[in-house]
Design a protein around this ligand. Structure first.
Ligand code: ADP
Ligand code: MG
Length: 342
């Protein structure tokens, strides 16, 4: 709901009509999508529903001086898709609410939705509603996503047990490296090739949610616990350990780094592994695997073409969360993940 004046300022009704025309699509489970007081869905028997929401605030989560509207929409969608991926669920329905400052034009908003739907459409996600308001400060974007799994079939943060192996998908640290390239334009000590630079910036602006990997781990019952890496390995591993009442040991030498991220570390005299530990928004999955499933996970991942890397092991809670350095020294994991209220 928005004040009348604010609604007129952004032409809310015309905007909604156009959004509806361009982006809304039906399916049998959608009894009513955009256009009524509430969307109405008919759940199928035997389903579990997974609901997630994320709020993005201008100058906190994105900066319109470095990110396009398209990429803001895209990243907002991926943040939610990634939460659904970490539950092992299939993303289905999307609600988008926003508060829009007067300097933002309708065509900016359409670009934002184009980015949103670019991330969602390949997965068949349907836009079913939202809300629109004016904003006297920055742009706010709030997304809610509904995903489904079969009953009693989901990946939680709480299932890790001592002796389980700790895995990640993909490579870590790329998004933070890309963000630093976009925002600090740091002075290089060495050189970074344009293709590495492009790769890192693209990993920041157009990350991928690991939906196929999450659904695979869930349907094959291969993971005992899972989380998506939105705040950084160091912070998100802590969540798994807390919820599962365990400790962990991360082998720093095993953390998967892209060639571009290594090159970035060399060029700027940074430890790329620190980027990987602390960098947020990689949207890879961190998951744990019981010892008896280890070979199965690695064999199936290879067969599907999924990149998964074992980076450590779950320990008893009393050992805490530690890193093993390249030289083999164990140290407590530094509590440095990205937090907005720091
Ligand atoms: P209300 O006054 O009850 O909030 P609205 O006029 O805001 O109703 O919304 C009318 C319809 O348009 C609803 O179906 C709502 O879900 C949809 N809608 C409103 N804003 C958006 C938006 N930004 N994106 C998608 N759907 C929207
Ligand atoms: Mg409304």
């Amino acid at each position: 709901v928005a004040p009348l004046k604010a609604r007129r300022a952004i032409g809310e009704f015309a905007l909604i009509r156009t959004l509806h025309r361009r982006f809304a699509a039906g399916e049998p489970a959608i009894i009513r999508g955009i256009g009524d007081d509430a969307a109405v869905l008919a759940p199928r028997p035997g389903e579990w529903w997974h609901l997630t929401t994320d709020l993005l605030a201008e100058d906190v989560h994105f900066d319109l001086r470095t990110a396009s509207f398209e990429s803001v929409g895209y990243r907002a969608a991926v943040a939610n898709l990634s939460d659904i991926a970490a539950m092992g669920a299939i993303p289905r329905y999307l609600l988008t609410s926003m508060a829009v400052p007067s300097r933002v034009t309708p065509s900016d908003i359409f670009r934002l939705y184009a980015g949103l739907m670019k991330a969602c459409r390949p997965h068949g996600v349907k836009l079913i509603g939202g809300d629109t308001s004016a904003s006297k400060t920055g742009l706010f974007l709030c997304i809610a996503l509904i995903g489904t799994t079969a009953r009693h079939r989901a990946l939680f943060r709480w299932g890790a047990r001592e002796g389980d192996f700790l895995y990640v998908t993909g490579t870590l640290g790329d998004s933070l490296a890309g963000l630093q390239l976009l925002t600090h334009s740091p002075r290089a000590a060495g050189s970074l090739s344009p293709s590495h630079r492009r790769f890192l910036v693209n990993r920041h602006l157009h990350p991928t949610a690991r939906l196929a990997e999450g659904q695979w781990l869930n349907s094959e019952r291969l993971a005992t616990a899972a989380i998506d890496l939105s705040d950084g390995l160091s912070g998100d591993l802590r969540h798994i350990c807390e919820e599962s009442h365990v400790g962990a040991e991360v082998d720093l030498s095993k953390i998967p780094l892209s060639r571009a991220c290594r090159a970035y570390g060399d060029a700027y005299r940074l430890d790329a592994r620190q980027l990987a530990l602390t960098g947020g928004e990689d949207y890879e999955l961190l998951f744990t695997v019981a010892p008896e499933n280890r070979t199965k996970v690695e064999r199936q991942a290879r067969a599907h073409g999924y990149r998964v890397t074992c980076i450590g092991i779950i320990r008893p809670r009393r050992s805490g969360i530690r890193t093993k350095s390249i030289a083999g020294h164990l140290e407590p994991l530094p509590p440095t993940s990205y937090e907005h209220f720091r």
